[in-house]
Design a protein around this ligand. Structure first.
Ligand code: SAM
Length: 385
């Protein structure tokens, strides 16, 4: 147990205890071992108990981590410029996956209204019932009826879709399988219960789909990392329903040759607990976020295999600059220090290579579009995928 992390209060411990029991039941029911992907799925999304499915505040300074839409309205307003281009080209709708607090939806709709390119519908697909109710609350309080009426919470992906699908920090929140390359073969790292706690336990990788993905990576013995069939599965499902338009994902990660690099020999799994970042996924399950970086090459290969075109791939900083974040900042006079200074500092967080600017990437796929996507006009790194 990591002792440098803040100590949860009694109520939080009780909550985590209930999730631990439910995870232990699952381990026992599966013969003493579950894959890490199953552990992560339950730790994050078990109804009423998982990190995203239960009530504690996650986003923002008093939560566990901060995402771009929570840092600054500049993020949504800039993204709206890319959205406007796709909406104008398709006459379609917007669909946001994993909408968090609903802030991105609220700010994008306001900006699109200002630009005169409102979609008929802004669909939200959110797996967490708790976050869905947070979104409903935030958006009803923030938006006038003519914007609120365009939002629709979906239970599943629609059968067909025209317009723009967006997901900010959704791919990193999908369950990953953890693999270990050993002299004796490729093993899957899973979770068992031993001596009163969860422990890692390895089994020879048997699943043929995972084995195919793992063999394609060809890593040396001793290497540990993740693969995320849930992310590629999601891209494939979206590709199948997209009639005309684009998919746009923002997340932290790398192209494959940087992801599976010798410097990352223990993988990219990360946990966030009250603004502390650490690597112990067994620390109070249900109270902390668990994530892994995104392999953007795997994402791109899946999209193209499903008939999509990669419209662009670049850093968050380059994408936001291409879409005009500096023009939005310039709308506020630097002499108006009370307004300008906070906005400039937010922009710095979104753009600086030392903060989110370089680690976060944007990838977009298109179908039936002839435009050059605004966000990738300069610094497109598609060739690196
Ligand atoms: C890290 S949070 C990001 C939230 C928000 N987009 C933001 O940037 O603040 C991940 C979000 O994805 C949601 N999510 C996870 N898996 C999903 C899936 N398969 N479909 C839709 N949403 C999902 C989570 O419930 C949560 O809202």
């Amino acid at each position: 147990m990591n002792t440098s992390l803040p100590i949860p209060d009694a109520e939080q411990l009780e909550h985590s205890g209930r999730l631990v029991q439910s995870l232990r039941d699952e381990v026992a029911a599966q013969g003493g071992w579950i894959s890490f992907a199953r552990y992560m799925e339950l730790a994050l999304y078990a109804p009423g108990l998982g990190y995203y499915s239960a009530g504690a505040k996650k986003f923002g300074a008093e939560g566990d981590f901060v995402t771009a839409p929570e840092i600054s309205p500049l993020f949504a307003r800039t993204l709206a410029r890319q959205a406007a281009q796709v909406l104008a080209a398709t006459g379609g709708d917007l669909l946001e996956l994993g909408a968090g607090t609903g802030r991105l939806a609220s700010q994008m709709l306001r900006e699109l209204q200002k630009m005169g390119v409102l979609p008929q519908r802004y669909g939200i697909l959110e797996v967490s019932a708790h976050l869905r109710s947070v979104q409903q609350e935030t958006l009803s309080a923030a938006l006038p009826p003519e914007l609120l009426s365009r939002i629709e919470w979906l239970e599943a992906l629609p059968d067909t879709f025209t317009g723009l699908v967006i997901g900010n920090e959704v791919l990193d929140a999908l369950p990953v399988h953890v693999l270990a390359w050993r002299e004796a073969g490729i093993f899957e790292r899973g979770v068992a219960w031993e001596g009163g706690r969860f422990v890692w336990q390895e089994r020879l990788l048997a699943d043929s789909h995972l084995l195919k993905m793992a063999r394609g990576l060809d890593m040396p013995p001793g290497y540990i990392s993740e693969i995320c069939p849930a992310a590629t599965g999601l891209i494939a499902s979206l590709a199948k329903i997209l009639r005309q338009g684009a998919l746009l994902f923002v997340d932290y990660g790398f192209p494959r040759r940087e992801y599976y690099h010798s410097q990352r020999a223990s993988g990219t799994l990360m946990c966030h607990y009250r603004q502390h970042v650490h690597d112990d996924p067994f620390f109070h399950p249900g109270l902390q976020d668990i994530t892994a970086h995104v392999d953007f090459t795997a994402v791109a290969e899946t999209g193209t295999a499903q008939g999509l075109q990669v419209l662009g791939y670049t850093t968050q900083a380059q994408f936001l600059i291409n879409c005009g974040i500096t023009d939005l900042l310039a709308e506020v006079s630097p002499t108006d220090m009370a307004a300008y200074l906070p906005l400039a500092s937010q922009a710095q967080k979104l753009l600086s290579p030392a903060e989110m600017g370089e680690l976060f990437k944007v990838i977009a796929f298109g179908k039936g579009l002839t435009m050059n996507a605004a966000g990738f006009t300069r610094g497109d790194k598609r060739h690196a995928l």
